[in-house]
Design a protein around this ligand. Sequence first.
Ligand SMILES: [Zn+2]
Length: 239
Amino acid sequence: MDATIKTYLDGIKDCGTGRFEMHRVLRQHHHVPPRPVADVRLDGGRLCLDFVNTIHDRYALEVEDYLQQLQRFLEWCIRAGALHSDDNVHAPRSARQRAALMREVEGLRDHLHALFAARIDDVRAPADAVRGLDRWVHRAWAGQSLGADGRLHWRKDVRDARLPLKRIVLDALDLLGSTPASRLRRCANTSSCGWLFLDTSKNQRRRWCAMETCGTIDKIRRYRHGSREARARRDGLRG
Ligand SMILES: [Zn+2]
């Protein structure tokens, strides 16, 4: 990890825990401790989908939320490319502001999940999710100015911990309004996954968020099922 970012993250770790942590503990009592951010998979194929997939998993009884604390959220943003080492963003200092930011992270993630899920299921998108994304899109646009190079740049005064969320929002808007959205899929492992991904395979028949995770689980399940049936057949013949 970049040394500047590490110092930055270490600084955040030490500032204003107390009330913030209490808030999280109370809210997350059905959650299991999350794995290290470095081990989080990025299988969505788009930044906005990887963000939605930071819950492991939406079908599980015990949810593992990769972004349980602000420090983890920022670490994940760096890993996923939503935050760059030269962004020099300022994280909120007070526990109240930090808690408010994390509520925004969770709210946006839920809205995006609802919008993508509606697209996949071919149903009308929930109105509150549409309104939620609309607000974020306007915030993101307002944070940019046209430079002499003819390109949009993030203004200095919006370089805070919400900047990665704005990048995610613009990526989501781009995806929802483009042809690849027809290739949006939900992992076929609906008993313990539910991650979303963009199917960029040639034949467009990708079923799993990743072959080495859910694809393998399915293979093992089918193998066990097959052996059980074979055993039952053998036993039947013996009897
Ligand atoms: Zn999966």
